[in-house]
Write a protein that binds this ligand. Structure first.
Ligand code: ARG
Length: 458
């Protein structure tokens, strides 16, 4: 068991149960790199300000750099008995360089230290997430571009609705996750304030130079209030909320693809290498990856709820409860990264079932709005046009007929504005091409969007 950073005031040893229950080394060890980088910046500042002798400062920095190398190479052996990552590194430094190590914690507390570590960790993770999200956008775009002429039946209420370009549908995913990307990048702005120097919560009387530490660690600003510096976990809540929204989007995409891969829809085929089988039903090819992605939203939302409830009811400044913010944060970040990684690969392994889709867009109920718009363009009011088409659709369904098979005379029974050219309307490509509003599924407009995203994601 490592020596406690606070052991002297205690007349006796803590109970082993206390040590086990309070330790965070099992999960905060992943912050080692940031903890050391923060300590190096802090030590250099202490030396520059002559708060500690230059010689000691050099020794500390040298020792910390040695430990950092091991951490980066994955050779660092964490002490499972340490109270936390801060104590673990402090103890190891003392073993390496002796007495000067005991000057490192001057004008610092683990309270501002942990706030710094998490902020540094999150800034790096946000860069990763940004990259991962871009990769996913790219693989969706590739599928959209390769199938830019495919028209699928679109659905509302999961009932067949109107034809849309598959690429238009896929671009809707890119738009959604772009907002997620922007939100996550925006959170970085508020993470980018350096808390070190708040010490326990009230600051220090020693002549520290916080600006110097800020610059070395590459933060944009300094936290302005020492109490806020150690109390604040908004930035964790914010990232967790943003990851939850992203996960909801990813779940929606997964759900679409699950439906599309069924025999009933048959819009896509997912390569065997990204599916699983059944132990009892030999014919099965299951989309388990997508189901697990859909299922992960619960876990990520759970992480958000967990920290939200953790924060509720805490008084100001540091409280040990805050230690429990890390497992849910790490879980959410790891889970989202895992999902994004496999989603990129899965998109590269989707085949579009063009023939099956072409057969599905023969369904003439897809064109009811097109006929309504045809009539409106001939001067009929929207309400009347809707009634006319409603009657046609009802009769056709009752008699098991297609609108296209109605004779010219029959068409006139519904409206004298219905001419034989109406049959040209009953076609999926014609339908999407007739759309003209900005943001619609018109092929020329969608092509421009594909182009725009191609350039943006380059
Ligand atoms: N393990 C703690 C945490 O994660 C580090 C800070 C501990 N501070 C303290 N005064 N005990 O929040």
């Amino acid at each position: 068991m490592a020596k406690k950073l606070w052991g002297t005031r205690f007349g006796k040893k803590t109970n082993a149960l206390t040590d086990k229950f309070t330790s965070s080394i099992a999960f905060d060890q992943r912050l080692a790199k940031y903890d050391i980088l923060g300590s190096i910046a802090h030590a250099k500042m202490l030396g520059k300000q002559k708060i500690i002798p230059a010689k000691d400062c050099q020794q500390i920095v040298k020792g910390l750099n040695m430990i950092l190398k091991d951490v980066i190479r994955g050779k660092f052996k964490f002490d499972p008995g340490a109270e936390d990552i801060h104590s673990n590194i402090q103890e190891l430094l003392a073993k390496k360089i002796g007495e000067p190590a005991h000057k490192l914690h001057t004008a610092r507390s683990r309270n501002d230290q942990i706030a710094l570590d998490i902020k540094m960790y999150l800034k790096a993770e946000i860069d990763d997430l940004d990259e991962f999200i871009c990769q996913l956008q790219k693989s969706i775009l590739k599928l959209a571009k390769a199938n830019s002429k495919v028209v699928i039946p679109g659905y509302t209420h999961l009932q067949i609705a109107q034809p849309v370009l598959l690429s238009h549908h896929l671009l809707s995913y890119i738009e959604g996750i772009e907002r997620d990307r922007q939100r996550i990048l925006d959170a970085k702005e508020r993470i980018d304030s350096m808390p070190l120097g708040a010490c326990a919560f009230s600051g220090t009387g020693l002549p520290i130079d916080r600006e110097f530490v800020r610059k070395q660690l590459g933060f944009k600003t300094l936290t302005a209030n020492s109490i806020d510096s150690v109390s604040d976990r908004d930035f964790i809540l914010e990232v967790l909320a943003q990851l939850t929204i992203l996960a909801v989007h990813l779940s929606r995409i997964a759900e679409d693809l699950i439906l599309w891969s069924t025999k009933e829809f048959n819009f896509i085929d997912i390569d065997f290498s990204f599916c699983t089988g059944s132990s009892i039903m030999p014919h099965k090819k299951n989309p388990d990856i997508l189901e697990l992605i859909r299922g992960s939203v619960g876990k990520i939302h759970g992480d958000l709820s967990s920290v939200m409830i953790l924060m509720k009811g805490l008084p100001s400044s540091y409280n040990r409860d805050l230690q429990m913010d890390k497992p849910p944060l790490f879980d959410a970040v790891d889970t989202v990264k895992d999902i994004l990684e496999i989603f990129v690969a899965l998109f590269q392994n989707i085949v579009i079932e063009k023939e099956a889709i072409a057969a599905k867009v023969q369904d003439e109920s897809l064109f009811s709005v097109d006929i309504v718009e045809y009539l409106i363009k001939k001067g009929i009011s929207y309400r009347k046009a809707h009634d006319i088409v409603g009657r046609m659709v009802r009769d056709c369904l009752d008699k098991g007929k297609n609108i296209s098979s109605l004779s010219n005379g029959n068409l006139k029974k519904y409206s004298d504005k219905l001419n034989p050219d109406i049959r040209g309307v009953l076609n999926a490509w014609a339908s999407v091409s007739r759309k003209s509003s900005i943001g619609s599924t018109n092929p020329k407009l969608v092509a421009k969007q594909l182009d725009k995203w191609g350039k943006k994601l380059q």
